[in-house]
Structures are given as structure tokens and as C-alpha cells.
Design a protein around this ligand. Structure first.
Ligand SMILES: *Cc1c(COP(=O)(O)O)cnc(C)c1O
Length: 228
């Protein structure tokens, strides 16, 4: 399928979810996750009108940047090792995987301007997932105040991989509550306007529950690493 066709389907699904929830589709950024596809396919997404691209590894990011002529808004969405920060910092607008103070310290040190960071939250409680426990998020936010180059733009999560829609929904609702808590504190360094949640199989639920950034790989650009 052409990216353009997939994008249209996804935009319609987002519009439906917005209708249900009384939201405006313009509140939602579609991030094309290009980690499983070639630079050519990523370029096709840009040509189809996608502005935001996401990668989860520094190699993948740098490879795409080297081969794509356009300059999309890059989102780093994967687990970030502290020693890799210097490789990606000047290329990305958003980092979705802030999950520890040592990483915040390194981002703060390696940038000379504010970096938009999202705190990764393990809202499902699954052992295998990265991110802070919901109960630890507020304390973590307060500790980030010391870093002048870090802005807490929002929160990010991955929902559990399950058929149980209610579990997925509960996870997203936990995130929305946490966001509201942070916003109510009116911290200058933590506007927390973004909720990065929703992937190929659950983005409609995420939009119904308040997502502002959906990270879509397979359903939008496909997965070239899968055996067909
Ligand atoms: C791979 C990935 C996605 C996209 O997953 P799909 O199911 O292919 O849409 C989204 N978020 C993160 C953090 C990822 O690693």
C-alpha cells in the first residue's frame, strides 16, 4: 500500500475517534515511525504530507537523516542510552523516552538550548516495559527543575499488547490523569501539553482518551523486516 493511502485511512480513523470524544483532529500529531523501513519509504511518507518522523535507535535516525533530503521534525522514541545522547541531540526536536535523572543530566549538558522531552511512563505495570511508575512521575518532574535545558513537553507510554480494550483504555486514562496533575502545578519548565500514546493497533483508543501524538509504524509505512 502507498503511504498516502494508509495516511488517508488513519486520518479518517482519527477523525472518527475525535468525533466520539468531542475533540479536534488538529490537536493530534501523526508521527510516522520509520524504524522498520528504508529511507525511501520514509521519504514517501514526507511526500504524502507527514511532518513528524520517529526513530528508536541512533543508527536508524542518522541513516535516515543522511539519506532524506527534507527536514522533517524528528522524534526520538526509543530507549536512550546516556552515551548515545551526543549522537542524536542536535537532530531531534522531541525525545519521548526520558526515564531517569542521569539521562536528563546528559541531555541538559549536551544541548545549548531547551530540549523538548516527554517522560516515559510504564502505565501498564508490565515488567518488560521501560518507564517510570505512575506514582514516581510527579517527584521526577520536580527533580528536573534543576536542568535549564530540559522542557517537560509531555508524557509518553506504550499500552499493553492485549485484546482487552479496557486494559488499554485504563492505561491511557492513567496518563491523562497524570498530565492533568502536572499541568495543575503550572510549572514553567513543565507545560506538559503532549500525550504521546497510541500505536498501529491502539491509536484510536488513545485519541479517544486524549492522545496528542500517535506513533504509527506498521499501519502507516509498513514493516519491511516482516517476512511476507
Ligand atoms: C515501533 C514503535 C512504535 C510503532 O509501532 P507500530 O505498532 O508499528 O505502529 C511506536 N512507539 C514506539 C516506542 C516504538 O518503538
Amino acid at each position: 500500500m502507498k503511504v498516502r493511502e494508509n495516511l488517508e485511512v488513519i486520518q479518517n480513523q482519527i477523525a472518527d475517534a475525535c468525533n466520539k470524544a468531542g475533540r479536534n483532529p488538529e490537536e493530534i500529531k501523526i508521527i510516522a515511525v520509520t524504524k522498520y523501513v528504508s529511507p525511501e519509504r520514509a521519504q514517501e511518507a514526507i511526500d504524502a504530507g507527514v511532518i513528524h518522523l520517529g526513530e528508536n535507535r541512533d543508527e536508524g535516525l542518522l541513516d535516515k537523516i543522511g539519506q532524506i533530503e527534507d527536514r522533517p521534525v524528528w522524534h526520538f522514541i526509543g530507549t536512550l542510552q546516556t552515551r548515545k545522547v551526543k549522537n542524536i541531540i542536535e537532530h531531534v526536536t522531541y525525545i519521548h523516552s526520558l526515564d531517569r535523572l542521569s539521562l536528563a543530566k546528559e541531555i541538559n549538558k549536551r544541548s545549548d538550548s531547551k530540549v523538548r522531552c516527554l517522560i516515559q511512563v510504564n502505565a501498564s505495570g508490565e515488567e518488560s516495559k521501560h518507564g517510570l511508575k505512575p506514582d514516581d512521575v510527579i517527584g521526577f518532574v520536580q527533580e528536573l527543575k534543576q536542568f535549564s535545558n530540559i522542557e517537560i513537553s509531555g508524557l509518553m507510554t506504550m499500552a499493553p499488547l492485549t485484546e482487552d480494550e479496557q486494559l488499554i483504555r485504563d492505561c491511557f486514562r492513567t496518563m491523562k490523569r497524570l498530565q492533568a496533575d502536572i499541568q495543575s502545578r503550572k510549572l514553567e519548565f513543565a507545560p506538559c501539553n503532549e500525550l504521546s500514546m497510541g500505536m498501529s493497533n491502539d491509536f484510536q483508543i488513545a485519541v479517544e482518551e486524549g492522545s496528542t501524538m500517535v506513533r504509527i509504524g506498521t499501519a502507516l509505512v509498513g514493516n519491511e523486516s516482516e517476512v511476507h
